[in-house]
Unconditional design. Structure first.
Length: 698
């Protein structure tokens, strides 16, 4: 099944590329890559959401929906009269740079696939806290509308995609590979923005900027299972779509891509909703200025396009926006636990946004009047992003100057306005997001030692891009001179390679992906050159790509199958050893893990056999994976957020348990939650370990 899963996953993106080209896109590789990655990830997320909500996620049901989707697309695009446009590649030294960039990206992906699948250990920011527990719940047939795994009602579209990577093996051995998708999305979006604003090949130029970003500790840490890289990449993708609309006016394909990207942004992080509103508000404001001040013609819509609005809304919901509906249905507000009040009128009830002094930047400022936020931010930015990043920010000042000179000289108004929109999206929207983070809990730079900069990862991704674009002024197009461009491109490539070879030692302490291993670099070079050669011969492209994918998939699945068997045996042995220690009370206060062994001991004594279990927590559990079996067959939910919500749950079954602190059991609130879960039936105490007491229905 692993080979089938991999074939379906890779085939999904290849068929998406075919569909995009059949629809008349695209003129450049940058545009094709962007449309393929956004369309591939967005539709994969949408299909997984549909299956998860409709019937519960299983490998069979998801594969059936994927096959059906592409069968419909194949028939629909086959009957079109559109002919796939030949993709234009750069020539000369820029063409060489494109091949080198493709080889570098492919080698990173091959290395990632190799080293990230060597262990099923779950690491990363909050990965064990809620990202992987939610993914495990969904992979076992849970729904986005179920109770969350922790008290936080965060949108978890990224975890649903991660669940797709749990399905083929039933454990998190390859779950880290899910992060390859936002990695590619950030690359493709950055390259497309660069082409839209400069007219130059993003693959040849800005790819190397992305490599430099991923040599920094902050971006490398975000490459583990988390929402931060998803948030950054989807934010940049929505920005790229808005720039596409700005530069090319209306297009059905761009509208589809925009809806999918917007859904992904809404579904990846709580601040995604605020980011989406700010980006759309900025675009609409700029469009209004264009219509009223510059008297540009209105965009022309085809007749009968009224259906576009509900279709776009459906795509937004399916790709990830459904998590806001979940919050509205479950917790009373799309942005729960926060509410929404406009002009004093409460639209959604919830906690109002007020600057918090609890472990926040605002708290640092309040507690120390001499605290210099700018100086401390620069210090931690150098630590997590490198000295070059802070220095490169000075380039931002060049862009407004160039825009002013170009406007006076009336140089290419389309490029000027596109750059202006990019600058406003980065500085304006990015600044607003940073302002929201200042008063949010757990954002303190001092408490996190600067790691809270990851919450502003979209800004960290766009700021150097704006500075890089500023080096390609509209008023002085030095990059159109072949000699100067070749020298500059050589310097850019060399700087990026040196940054990647000299990765900050701090980064290695956290994560070894994305990296490049020499053997995989050689393999990537052969593959890229072969595919590039076949692309110039239309009849050979499909068989060459298919054969390459089949050979590599067969090799990879053979390797992973061996690792999966090793990891399952190791996990089973480790659980047996931990249970043995528990029986001998070697670690009597270890907490959640011993509480799980209390459950196993009770089942063994009662003669009950539970292949799968559900745990409902009424107290804080920092690592729900401690209640996970070696076979990853258990689901864990937090049930104490709201009593009415908990009542919607199915009553406890014979393999369902309540996890609570002793103090909770002595309160009326705790008794009410237990009664709601048990459906009014009596409960019995299974046992206790560490800070937890375990209950089950009699």
């Amino acid at each position: 099944m692993l080979f089938v899963w991999l074939t379906a996953t890779v085939g999904h993106f290849l068929l998406t590329a075919r569909c995009v080209r059949r629809l008349g896109c695209c003129d450049s590789f940058d545009e094709l890559a962007f449309a393929t990655v956004v369309g591939g990830i967005g539709t994969l997320s949408a299909l997984l959401h549909i299956v998860s909500i409709a019937s519960g996620l299983t490998l069979t049901s998801a594969l059936a929906v994927l096959v059906s989707w592409h069968a419909v697309l194949w028939i629909a695009t086959r009957s079109t009269s559109s002919v796939a446009k030949p993709v234009e590649y750069a020539r000369g030294f820029q063409g060489v740079a494109e091949i080198l960039a493709l080889t570098a990206v492919a080698s990173i992906l091959f290395t990632w696939v190799d080293i990230a699948s060597q262990s099923s250990a779950v690491v990363g920011s909050d990965a064990a806290h809620y990202h992987v527990p939610v993914a495990a719940n969904l992979a076992l047939g849970g729904s986005p509308f179920d109770l969350p795994a922790t008290p936080h009602p965060y949108p978890m579209a990224g975890s649903l995609v991660a669940a797709w990577f749990i399905l083929p093996l039933g454990d998190p051995l390859i779950v880290d590979l899910a992060m390859c998708l936002p990695f590619l999305l950030l690359f493709a979006s950055t390259n497309w923005i660069f082409r839209l604003t400069t007219g130059q090949s993003g693959l040849a130029w800005s790819s190397w900027l992305c490599f430099a970003l991923f040599s920094t500790p902050l971006f490398r840490l975000s490459s583990l299972v988390s929402a931060d890289l998803w948030f950054a990449s989807t934010f940049v993708a929505v920005t790229a779509v808005l720039l596409s609309l700005w530069a090319r006016r209306t297009s059905p394909l761009v509208a589809v891509l925009g809806s999918l990207a917007l859904g992904l942004l809404l579904g990846t992080k709580t601040t995604g909703a605020a980011a989406a509103v700010l980006l759309l508000g900025l675009f609409l404001a700029c469009e209004l200025v264009r219509q009223l001040v510059f008297r540009r013609g209105r965009p022309s819509w085809p007749s009968g396009a009224w259906w576009a609005i509900p279709a776009a809304a459906a795509l937004v919901l399916a790709a990830g926006g459904i998590w806001l509906v979940r919050n509205w249905y479950r917790f009373g507000s799309p942005v729960a636990p926060a509410g929404l009040t406009i002009f004093g009128i409460s639209i959604f009830s919830g906690e109002p946004f007020e600057p918090s002094t609890y472990l926040s930047v605002f708290g640092d400022l309040q507690s120390n009047p001499a605290y210099s936020l700018a100086a401390r931010s620069a210090r931690y930015a150098r630590m997590w992003l490198g000295g070059w990043f802070v220095t490169a920010l000075w380039l931002l000042a060049l862009l407004p100057v160039d825009l002013g000179v170009a406007w006076i000289r009336r140089r290419e108004p389309a490029a000027v306005t596109a750059r202006a929109l990019l600058f406003l999206a980065t500085v304006g929207v990015g600044g607003a997001l940073v302002w929201l983070l200042v008063g949010a809990p757990f954002t303190s730079l001092e408490w996190t030692r600067g790691l809270s900069l990851r919450y502003a990862l979209p800004v960290a991704a766009l700021l150097p891009l704006v500075g890089f674009v500023a080096l390609f002024p509209v008023s002085w197009r030095w990059y159109e001179d072949i000699g100067m461009a070749s020298i500059a491109l050589t310097v850019v490539i060399a700087g990026s390679v040196l940054a990647y070879l000299d990765v900050d030692p701090t980064a290695r302490l956290y994560v070894n992906v994305p990296s490049v291993f020499a053997p995989w670099l050689a393999v990537a070079g052969v593959v890229c050159l072969t595919v590039r050669w076949a692309s110039s011969r239309a009849r050979l492209l499909t068989p060459v790509v298919t054969l390459t994918c089949v050979v590599m998939a067969a090799s990879w699945t053979t390797m992973i199958a061996g690792r999966a068997d090793r990891e399952k045996r190791a996990a089973t042995a480790r659980e047996a050893h931990e249970r043995s220690d528990f029986r001998r009370s070697v670690h009597p206060e270890s907490g959640a893990r011993d509480a799980y062994f209390v459950v196993l001991a009770n089942e063994e004594a009662a003669g009950r056999q539970c292949r799968r279990r559900r745990f409902f927590a009424l107290s804080r559990v920092d690592e729900p994976l401690m209640f996970q079996s070696a076979a990853y067959a258990n689901q864990f939910y937090y049930a104490a957020r709201d009593l009415d919500t908990t009542r919607l749950e199915v009553a406890l079954g014979p393999c369902d348990y309540v996890v609570a602190a002793p103090a909770v059991l002595e309160t009326d609130k705790g008794s009410a939650f237990i009664a709601a879960l048990a459906g009014g039936s009596p409960t019995e105490r299974v046992g206790a370990a560490g800070p937890f007491v375990i209950l089950r229905r009699q």
